[in-house]
Write a protein that binds this ligand. Sequence first.
Ligand code: COA
Ligand code: ZN
Length: 301
Amino acid sequence: MKKIEIVEVGPRDGFQSVKCAPIPTELKTKIIGELIGAGIKHIEFTSFVSPKAIPQLADAADVTKEVLGKYPNVDLFPLIPNLRGAQNAYNLGLRKACYVVSLSVSHNKANINRTHEQSLEAFKEIRKAYPDMQIIVDLATTFGCPYEGKYRDPERVVKFLKDYKDAGMTILTLCDTIGIADPAQVKEVIKAIQQAYPDVEIMVHFHDTRGLGMANTFAAIDCGITKVQTALGGLGGCPFAPGASGNLSTEDVVWALNEQGYETGIDFEKLLAAAKGQVHSIIGNYSGHQINIKVPVAENK
Ligand code: COA
Ligand code: ZN
C-alpha cells in the first residue's frame, strides 16, 4: 500500500490567521495532543517570528516547552523567518525548522521585509550557524502571488531554487500561499524541479481558495510526492497575502486518502472529533474565520 505522510500545519498556518483574541496556549497544546492522538506524526507547530508580525504565535517558546519531549516519536518543527528565529528554536532544543522565503519579491517584502538577496544571505547564515539543524525551505507563493498574479513558467521556480540548492537545501515545500495553483501547473512545476534537483525532497502545501486544493494534492501525488501539508478544520491563511483563505483541510485529505487505499496511519474518526470539538471552539470564540468541516458519512445514515 502506498504511504502518504500528512504534515499538519494547523497549529502554525491555522492559528496565525485567527483574528481577535489570542488562542490560549493550553488550547493550542491540547489540539496538538489530539492531533497526535489521531495518529498525526509530523506537525509544524508554531513560528519563531516577530510577535509584532504574528501576535497569535507570540507564545512559541511556551508551546515548545510544553510539547517537546512529551511526544518523542513525533516530528515537531516550527517556521523561522531569520537567524534569530533559528537561534530561539535551537536554544529550546529544536533541530528542525522550515525557513520561509517567497518566490514573489513583493510578497517576500510584505511577509518578512526582506529582498531575495537578503533572504538567501539569511538562509546561508542559518546553515552556517546551525549545521546540525535540518532546514526545510518553504517556498511561499510558488504558483502565484497576491501582488503579481499567477506564474506560468515553471523554470522561474527552478532558477530561483538554484542558489538554495547550492547553499545546502535538501527539503523543499512548494506553498500555494493564495490557492491559485491548478493541477496542470502543479505537475509542470514538480516535474521541472524533480528533473533539475532529483535529490531534493518535495512537500506540497495547498490552500483551497479556489476549490482546487484536493485536485492539486492528487496531481502532486501522481508525480510521486508523498508528503502533504494540511490543516485541521481547513484553518489557515497568510496575514500578508490579501484574500488568502484556509488550507486544504486535514480531515478531507485523510478521508480521501484512506478511501482510496493509501496508508496514512491516521484514525479519521479521532481526527474529525478533534476538528469538530477544539477547532470549532476556536472558530466560535476567537475568530470570524470560515470553516469547512464535512459531516462524516456515518452521521448521515
Ligand atoms: N523572533 C522574535 N522577534 C523577532 C524575530 C524573531 N525571529 N526577528 C526579529 N524580531 C523582532 C526584533 O527584535 C524587533 O523587535 P523590536 O521592534 O521590539 O526591537 C522586531 O522584531 C523587528 O525586527 P527587524 O529585524 O527589524 O525585522 P523586520 O521588522 O524587518 O521584520 C521579520 C522581519 C522577519 C522579523 C518579520 O517580518 C516576521 O517575523 N515575519 C514573519 C511573517 C510570517 O510568519 N508570515 C507567515 C508565514 S508565511
Ligand atoms: Zn499556508
